[in-house]
Design a protein around this ligand. Structure first.
Ligand code: GLN
Length: 305
């Protein structure tokens, strides 16, 4: 039970810090989250699940969805996707528009909002069953759990307060970078942000990222080893917006945050880790979640470097 002890010790270490940071307040559904809530789960490659805290409570995965939509978009569009989205850290806030005009409407990477909108544009264009249905099918399949769904209250609020994302989508449409109807892309984007999952589900869903693209439990090849290497490289360099360098420095693992307070981290060859704590740092990443990952990485010797 090495992992259980490590998780217990991690919670013990971070507990005094719970409540530090600020809960996202741009929509009421997120503002209502308890800033002191905490959960952490590791699923190892042999399928063992270890958790501390509220690991079955669902929360809004928000930008963590960008990892799964990217996985689908790369399957469907392949290399062509890189003509419309870059692979460089942005050094800017998650919803920034500043670089886009200078760079021909091509976002820096797929893990900031602008880039994720391009990815979702691919989903809208290529998916037979509809972008969100395909995303849900992927997540439900990975977790063997049909209950995973979009929180419709959060999705409705995202739509009401989504002015900045609308700006990004229409701006990129003017450059021809977004190919389909921006309204359709935005509708799918708002709903992908509103998918609700627990740390147990999220860690389970991310397991293929730690195992060369193959789900070690079902044996399903979710994506190729080469693509997973790329997705992990992007998570490491771009997964935390303008604090991606800080996350890589402190944790040393690929990770993707969301403003709901979740982070999915990948320990290649070991397992997949999800943490949730809703109070955020200045870049919109879970403050205590980052601290917990830093501690676990240190204690378990997970740092890739
Ligand atoms: N729904 C948020 C947005 O699009 C997601 C951002 C995030 O999780 N960083 O602005």
């Amino acid at each position: 039970m090495k992992w259980q002890r490590l998780l217990d010790d991690t919670l013990h270490y971070v507990r005094p810090q719970l409540g530090q940071g600020v809960v996202a307040d741009y929509i009421p559904a997120l503002a209502a989250a308890d800033p002191r809530a905490f959960a952490m789960t590791i699923v190892t490659l042999d399928g063992e699940v270890f958790s501390v805290g509220e690991a079955t409570t669902t929360f809004s995965i928000q930008s963590i969805s960008k990892v799964f939509t990217l996985t689908l978009a790369l399957e469907w569009e392949g290399q062509e996707l890189w003509k419309r989205v870059g692979r460089e850290p942005s050094g800017s806030a998650f919803n920034s528009i500043v670089q886009l005009e200078h760079e021909g409407g091509v976002p820096r990477n797929p893990l900031i909002n602008a880039g994720a909108l391009v990815v979702t544009d691919t989903l809208v264009r290529f998916s037979q069953a509809g972008a969100i249905d395909q995303l849900l099918a992927l997540l439900r399949g990975l977790c063997d759990d049909e209950t995973i769904d979009v929180d419709s209250t959060v999705a409705a609020s995202e739509r009401v307060w989504g002015h900045r994302n609308r700006g990004l989508a229409w701006f990129m449409k003017s450059f021809g970078v977004i190919r389909s109807d921006p309204n359709e892309v935005l509708d799918a984007y708002f709903r992908q942000c509103a998918v609700a999952m627990s740390t147990e589900q999220l860690a389970r869903a991310g397991l293929f990222l730690a195992n060369e693209g193959r789900d070690p439990i079902t044996g399903a090849q979710v994506t190729s080893h080469e693509r997973v290497n790329r997705i992990n490289a992007l998570m490491l360099t771009c997964g935390h917006y303008d604090m991606s360098g800080d996350f890589a420095f402190r944790v040393g693992l690929p990770g993707k945050s969301g403003v709901g307070g979740g982070i999915l981290a990948v320990a290649p060859g070991v397992g997949s880790i999800a943490v949730w704590s809703p109070a955020l740092n200045r870049s919109g990443n879970s403050l205590v979640g980052t601290l917990a990952l830093e501690q676990l990485s240190l204690r378990a010797g997970l740092n890739l470097f």
